[in-house]
Design a protein around this ligand. Structure first.
Ligand code: HMG
Ligand code: MG
Length: 346
């Protein structure tokens, strides 16, 4: 598979930080996102518009969105930023910021001149940085929705049934389509549930994936939230997804590394044709509703694996490793990226 491109969705700023108990400053979050953007990563999940009383760490995601929309790009390649949201209230909150600061609209459309205002030099924004972004440079924004393959997890995570979670997505999908915003949809606990055990029904996952694609999702991210996935279980799930008509081009896999199986499962998924994987720099994170589960597979380790197979991610491993070491230090936690630590020790 030489020259094959593997797409990485960096979820560290969202999945990685959402569960941190200490408050992390907005400046640190923004610096993390900017540093990641300079490593060659093409997609970064930057925050979530969920209820702050449930996940307080993500409460300032609108400021992060505003910053992304107003700051000239950190890389020459266009970067896609994703924001997670659970319901129409999350979309409304997202839209308030997106509408105000999306410079891909004409300046007049985004910031209409109030009647009677004398002509001004620059009416595009009060922020001097905003006028430096041309519409062509505007970052791409995507939305991520999330449901789960078991009723217990869905209740804990979003306080509703699986069917209700899909119902909540309908108006979000149609508004996202009308705004031409791509939508990815996560299916959590696909390889094991903290409340219902390790044997999630793969047919339930496939059924959900088909429904979400039919509703208009552009990509399905299948989440091993607990890290209970193994090579045989991953292979079995991918077989069932294929039989249900879910194509690998529409799939991403999202492994957490609780049992150290994430890279093994990644190899299985690569062999089944999957080409998009979620990962978190220095293995940050965990889900607040999956007790004991650790972070995602470390992005550094995933990049090293892909490189070792002769495929490419476009990510500079050395630069990424420095980011992993830096953010681990900022958070006062151990760097969980084996390849990252090895690269820095060379
Ligand atoms: P609820 O309490 O049932 O909602 O929460 P509600 O409609 O009754 O509202 C309660 C309060 O929250 C109200 O405020 C609402 O306005 C407010 P109050 O009147 O009390 O002042 N509210 C909101 N505020 C901001 N943004 C919103 C929002 N919605 C309501 N969007 C809800 C239901 C879904 C909102 C809640 O359960 C929630 O936010 N859940 C999110 C949990 C979460 O973020 N989990 C982690 C992300 S998923 C994950 O990590 C897995 C993944 O990585 C893949 C994998 O590994 O499997 C993606
Ligand atoms: Mg996750």
């Amino acid at each position: 598979r030489s020259s094959e491109h593997i797409r990485i969705v960096e979820v560290g700023p969202r999945d990685g930080l959402q569960n941190e108990k200490q408050s992390i400053s907005l400046a640190t979050k923004m610096e993390l996102i900017e540093r990641l953007a300079r490593t060659g990563l093409e997609t970064i999940e930057a925050g979530s518009f969920v209820a702050p009383k449930w996940v307080p760490q993500m409460a300032n995601s609108s400021e992060i969105l505003q910053h992304i929309l107003q700051t000239p790009p950190a890389s020459k390649e266009p970067i896609t930023y994703q924001f997670l949201l659970p319901n129409i209230k999350g979309l409304d909150n997202f839209m308030t910021t997106y509408d105000s600061f999306n410079t891909s609209k004409s300046a007049e459309e985004a910031y209409p001149t109030p009647p009677g205002t004398p002509p001004a030099e620059n009416t595009s924004s009060q922020d001097p940085n905003a006028s430096e972004i041309s519409p062509q440079q505007t970052p791409k924004i995507e939305l991520s929705l999330f449901t789960a393959a078991t009723e217990s997890f869905t209740q804990k995570n979003t306080n509703c049934s699986i069917a209700e979670s899909l119902k909540r997505f309908e108006p979000i999908m149609s508004r996202a389509k009308s705004l031409a915003l791509p939508v990815r949809a996560y299916i959590s606990v696909a390889l094991g549930c903290p409340y219902e055990g390790p044997d999630t029904d793969p047919h339930r996952v496939a059924e959900l994936a088909v429904s979400l694609l039919e509703m208009g999702a552009d990509e399905i991210s299948v989440g091993d939230t607990t890290g209970m996935g193994t090579a045989p279980k991953t292979a079995a799930l991918l077989k069932v997804l294929k039989e249900a008509g879910v194509e690998t081009k529409d799939l991403a896999l999202h492994f957490h590394d609780t049992y150290g199986m994430a890279l093994v499962n990644t190899v299985v998924a690569l062999e089944h044709g999957v080409r998009t994987f979620d990962a978190s720099v220095s293995g940050l994170g965990g889900c607040p509703y999956s007790p004991g589960a650790t972070g995602n597979v470390a992005t550094e380790d995933l990049v090293h694996l892909v490189n070792s197979l002769g495929a490419s991610t476009g990510v500079n491993l050395e630069e990424l490793s420095k980011v992993g070491e830096w953010i681990s230090g900022e958070l006062g936690r151990k760097n969980d990226a084996n390849a990252g630590k090895a690269v820095l020790a060379r």
